[in-house]
Ligand binder design. Structure first.
Ligand code: FES
Length: 79
């Protein structure tokens, strides 16, 4: 989905930028080598950035939980 028509930024661009360390809207544009032009997309970019940062912050906990499950002996799960 395109979220910035001036720069053809998509929601995937936001997710990728956050994955590589973006924490501010300007980081999202910079990751694609552009800047906000008309500014109409900025509220949407901020919203998607917040959601992506929350999602990213929850990922390590998820992986931690999964790795604990992988180390749990199968007998412990059935006992
Ligand atoms: S729509 Fe993003 S700068 Fe214009």
């Amino acid at each position: 989905m395109i979220i910035c028509s001036c720069n053809s930024l998509t929601h995937k661009d936001v997710e990728h930028a956050v994955e590589y360390g973006a924490t501010h809207p300007r980081d999202i544009y910079a990751a694609r080598g552009c800047k906000a032009k008309c500014g109409n997309c900025v509220p949407g970019v901020v919203c998607m950035l917040r959601e992506a940062l929350v999602k990213k912050s929850q990922t390590p906990a998820l992986f931690s939980h999964l790795s604990n499950c992988a180390e749990t002996p199968a007998t412990a799960l059935t006992a």
